[in-house]
Design a protein around this ligand. Structure first.
Ligand SMILES: Nc1nc2c(ncn2[C@@H]2O[C@H](COP(=O)(O)OP(=O)(O)OP(=O)(O)O)[C@@H](O)[C@H]2O)c(=O)[nH]1
Ligand SMILES: [Mg+2]
Length: 264
């Protein structure tokens, strides 16, 4: 445990960020996140698999930025303290049926069908995506009824590219190019984990992806429903905790892009 934490701090320091960004006090606080359940028009979905270091700061930072949101953590049967921390903070925790991030997102969409929300926020549990952009993302959706999804774009002038492993950066660029070519989805950052989606645009979606291909499937789905996708520039922090995404997942993502292109 101790070794993992110091490893993340070291990685963060190497990447040029401040490891003290995580507020340990807030992590331990019981927050009663879902206190205004009836009034909530925003559902925050966090897929988490063994993210005991990131889940607390992630939820707490969102709570600092959004009023009246509902928090749903979809757990992939973590064997650390992820579930305990999320529950202590007052988030609703559900366990996904199978495994993979795509399956977790599918579980969340099914869950949201029983709620009365207008917007769904998707973010990662690893404290990489700053919550400060959420209000602006929601404002864009409110102002523009033709936009179905607003995404956080990590590839912009803000980003110190050294923070992203080179091969991941190249892979991302390649996937963005192929996604545009084969699916007609023109995004700078199609794999971003920070998204706010209009519930109307999302409610009939039945994800087929099990894993990390879920993002490209969602992009393509939103486009096909006739909605536009908007991107805003964001900062991106080094993750805390163990990385789940591997280079081999790039092939799953490419396969999804191809399958969607052939089927349409
Ligand atoms: N419920 C659930 N969550 C998952 C699963 N696999 C990954 N996740 C979560 O999905 C989010 C994205 O996974 P990451 O490993 O951060 O992948 P990434 O954001 O593409 O890559 P890095 O942040 O650069 O490591 C994190 O919150 C993970 O905990 C899974 O099988 N089930
Ligand atoms: Mg991540």
């Amino acid at each position: 445990m101790k070794r993992k934490a110091s490893g993340s701090k070291r990685k963060a320091a190497e990447a040029g960020s401040t490891p003290m960004m995580i507020d340990k006090h807030k992590m331990a606080t019981k927050m009663n996140l879902n206190r205004n359940e009836k009034k909530a028009k925003i559902l925050v979905v966090v897929a988490a698999l063994n993210e005991e270091e990131g889940i607390g700061p992630t939820l707490s930072e969102i709570n600092d930025n959004l009023d009246n949101a509902l928090y749903l953590v979809v757990d992939g049967r973590s064997d650390d303290n992820t579930v305990k921390i999320a529950k202590e903070m007052g988030a609703q925790v559900v366990f996904q049926k199978s495994s993979g991030k795509g399956d977790a997102i599918a579980t969340a969409v099914e869950y949201a069908n029983n709620l009365d929300v207008e917007y769904v926020v998707f973010t990662d549990a690893d404290f990489t995506y700053p919550a400060e952009y959420l209000l602006e993302m929601i404002r864009i959706l409110k102002k523009n009824p033709r936009i179905g999804m607003v995404c956080g774009n990590r590839f912009n002038n803000h980003v110190h590219l050294g923070r992203m492993h080179n091969i991941l950066y190249t892979g991302n660029r390649l996937i963005a190019f192929i996604h545009n070519l084969l699916n007609g989805v023109n995004m700078r950052d199609p794999l971003t984990g920070l998204r706010v989606v209009r519930w109307k645009a999302l409610k009939n979606w039945q994800p087929k992806s099990w894993g990390f291909d879920v993002e490209v499937e969602l992009n393509y789905y939103i486009e096909r429903t006739g909605y536009q996708i908007a991107e805003i520039p964001i900062h991106y922090r080094p993750r805390v905790g163990e990385k789940k995404l591997q280079i081999r997942h790039g092939f799953t993502i490419l396969k999804r892009i191809l399958t969607d292109a052939v089927k349409s």
